[in-house]
Design a protein around this ligand. Structure first.
Ligand code: ADP
Ligand code: MG
Length: 279
């Protein structure tokens, strides 16, 4: 996907850094109607080719939504639209009922509470695991206001709690560059969590992981269920089954929703089997 991009800074390709630049204040998100994200009739055309074609999708508050579908279905483009990296040709994207994402730039969208994990981890390799989490916390504007040179116990506790969540307590002092691929992915999830996002977008979080790491990532996401709203794009069907539970799975195909429902429902859908699962 990044081979098409023309933006000067592409976090997917950079070797260091994370979404910690230029946070600008944004209004609070209004979720009184129960949804955190509304995509309505989103179309993205690249020279006439529709990567997204009239895509409509709502994500509930606290929901863990899995998105599956064949390569080229538009899954990453959907995340690019939500995060402001790609602007839709038509359609609307709202964060809660009140925040029109078309009016915000990428930094403002991150600041409003949408955190994204890219396919490739982008941790600060020379810094310790602990410091990576601390730096991510400092990038959170709410925390930055109260955070001075010295960390308060409240901040240390939050880092300790996140270390436990991401299973890296015993690696806290290790340079991030020395972690395994899977551990780096967890660290990046932890860095996102330190920014307290209300909506977390994860694009292929278990790609390249061992089976054991994949299973632990599933446990981790299950623990976050209900605390954050999450959209998870994945190809690994065992993993999707593990985290979908009885929740909704959306199948994208040719830029639109092909099927939506429980894992059992979409797995038995003849069109889903035809374009995706059966191959
Ligand atoms: P997925 O993540 O589901 O595999 P993508 O969202 O990456 O799919 O891509 C959807 C389609 O849009 C693909 O055919 C891809 O080649 C195309 N595409 C994505 N980004 C661009 C772009 N910037 N310019 C042209 N075509 C693009
Ligand atoms: Mg993709």
């Amino acid at each position: 996907m990044s081979r098409f991009t023309s933006t000067p800074f592409d976090p997917d390709r950079s070797s260091g850094g994370t979404v910690s630049y230029g946070r600008i204040s944004a209004p609070g998100v209004d979720t009184t109607h129960g949804a955190i994200l509304y995509l309505d009739g989103i179309t993205v055309s690249f020279d006439g080719f529709k990567a997204l074609n009239n895509l409509s999708l709502d994500i509930g508050v606290g929901e863990l939504r899995c998105i599956i579908g064949p390569n080229g279905a538009g899954k990453t483009t959907m995340m690019d639209v939500i995060t402001g990296k790609t602007r839709p040709t038509s359609g609307t994207a709202f964060f809660g009922q009140n925040i029109d994402l078309a009016l915000l730039n990428e930094a403002q969208i991150a600041d409003a509470g949408i955190g994204r994990k890219f396919q490739r981890p982008t941790v600060f390799e020379a810094h310790s695991v602990f410091d990576n989490l601390m730096l991510a916390m400092k990038a959170n504007k709410g925390v930055r206001r109260t955070l001075f040179a010295r960390l308060g116990t409240e901040h240390i506790d939050r880092i300790a709690q996140t270390l436990q969540t991401i299973r890296l307590t015993h690696e806290a002092a290790r340079p991030a560059g020395r972690l395994s691929h899977g551990q780096k992915q967890w660290l990046e999830i932890g860095m996102l969590l330190m920014q307290e996002p209300q909506l977390l977008l994860l694009d292929e979080p278990v790609a390249g992981m061992t089976d054991a790491e994949t299973a632990r990532t599933g446990e981790l996401l299950n623990e976050l269920r209900g605390k954050h709203s999450m959209v998870v794009v994945e190809h690994d069907m065992d993993f999707v089954t593990q985290i979908a539970g009885t929740g909704k799975v959306t199948v994208l195909h040719e830029g639109g929703v092909l099927a939506e429902g429980s894992m059992r429902h979409v797995q038995s859908d003849a069109r889903v089997i035809e374009v995706y699962l059966g191959r």
